[in-house]
Design a protein around this ligand. Structure first.
Ligand code: NDP
Length: 396
């Protein structure tokens, strides 16, 4: 029997919800590339419930306890006396979400001799030191595609919010004002603008597909080109490098993984090559942007706006400059944790655990590391040295 240690974000400040804004969520069976949504043998939750917080327990308690396993759920994850650190030494499985990551550093992995499986309920395993996980023969899995569309919708929302100056206009209403000139003095249409994505993987290409009807010029840069027919269908222009793309864009959205090539990619030099008054939306990883260079560019007017939901570290400290810099539209790390996404990644986590306990193979597309090497989706997206060097863990 296994001990499963699950790190989830806190419940709402007013307590775990007893009712919801909507009665149901749409049932999605397949993603754009044909991959099926998670197919566990069963679920013990109602899709649309809050599953990602401590009391939601990813809907796993009944399944795990009926299987005779021990299930520990906590939000307490930082510092040597945290519940995570205290429970880790005899844990077999660790589960967390990128929104509230259990940073599985080499030190933590060394302190968990029984650990065999690390699951990301969601996408992005850069909070796990993959090199250390591989050295210890630990399987790492995530629920690929479960929240890619959720993130792409957040990107489109943030682009519109920045360009149209939505948040300050909303604030005038809340303050009791009717200050039309104050609202519109920074408000534009995106129609006719040039919008580029750094990476056109699942999220980046979903952003392109969603933006096409806005009649903007679409651009992308990636390590691999999209199929010619996709480029034609989307009317998107490929750029061989990020410098040439940002030079022509009014809006840049970042949708690449964090690795040494992308860490601090958007520094003072690259931001200096962007059009004056450009916007950046980054929902990929906070460390892809140089924190202080972004704040300075907003203050100088080189950037007209910056939005995203990824920070470094997470949770962001109260004095993080991205909380107070001008013209930002930041949210906490929420884009991939809508109730719709939670239903999918909770079901995907259940599917991974069912396979693991039954000794059945985990879907290739969910695997990041397995059998002492990168595997499945991880073999494509990560490299072992990169994983160790750039993991998005907090400064110690
Ligand atoms: P995919 O793996 O589908 O796509 C990533 C793309 O980035 C691939 O096409 C990859 O190319 C490309 N790429 C890698 N390095 C570079 C580079 N240096 N320059 C340009 N392109 C590059 O990932 P997703 O679209 O699903 O997710 C992207 C990222 O978004 C994740 O890595 C994660 O960090 C973040 N994310 C954020 C979430 C949130 O809640 N905010 C939720 C989910 C993901 P290649 O094929 O050659 O490797």
């Amino acid at each position: 029997m296994a001990k499963v240690l699950c790190v989830l974000y806190d419940d709402p400040v007013d307590g775990y919800p007893t009712s919801y804004a909507r009665g149901e969520i749409p049932a999605i069976e397949r993603y754009h590339n044909g991959q099926t949504t998670p197919t566990p043998e069963g679920i013990d939750f109602t899709p649309g419930e809050l599953l990602g917080s401590v009391s939601g327990e990813l809907g796993l308690r009944r399944f795990l306890e009926e299987g005779g396993h021990t299930f520990v759920v906590t939000s307490d994850k930082e510092g040597p006396d945290s519940v995570l650190d205290r429970e880790l030494p005899d844990a077999d499985v660790v589960i967390s979400q990128p929104f509230w990551p259990a940073y599985m550093t080499a030190e933590r992995i060394a302190k968990a001799p029984q650990l065999k499986l690390i699951v990301t309920a969601g996408i992005g395993s850069d909070h796990t030191d993959l090199k250390a996980a591989i050295e210890h023969g630990i399987t790492v899995a995530e629920v690929t595609y479960s929240n890619s569309i959720s993130v792409s919708e957040h990107v489109v929302m943030m682009i519109l919010a920045l360009v149209r100056n939505y948040i300050p206009s909303y604030q005038w209403v809340v303050k009791g004002g009717w200050n039309i000139a104050d609202c519109v003095a920074r408000s534009y249409d995106i129609e006719g603008m040039q919008v580029g994505t750094v990476a056109a993987g699942r999220i980046g290409s979903a952003v392109l597909r969603r933006l096409k009807p806005f009649e903007v010029g679409l651009h992308y840069t990636d390590r691999h080109r999209l199929p010619e027919e996709t480029e034609r269908e989307l009317g998107v222009t490929f750029h061989p490098d990020v410098e040439s793309m940002v030079a022509v864009c009014d809006v840049v959205t970042i949708n690449a993984p964090l690795h040494p090539e992308t860490e601090h990619l958007f520094d003072e030099a690259l931001i200096g090559k962007m059009k004056r008054g450009a916007y950046i939306v980054n929902t990929a990883r906070g460390k892809i942007c140089d924190r202080d260079a972004i704040a300075r560019a907003l203050e100088s007017g080189q950037l007209a706006g910056y939005a995203g939901d990824v920070w470094y570290p997470q949770p962001a400290p109260e004095d993080h400059p991205w909380r107070s810099m001008p013209h930002h539209g930041m949210t906490p790390h929420v884009s991939g944790s809508s109730l719709s996404a939670q239903a999918r990644y909770a079901a995907g986590t259940r599917e991974i655990l069912e396979c693991w306990f039954d000794g059945r193979p985990i879907r290739e597309e969910y695997l990041i590391a397995d059998g002492g090497r990168l595997a499945g989706a991880g073999a494509h997206a990560y490299s072992v040295d990169a994983a160790a060097g750039s993991s998005d863990k907090p400064a110690t």
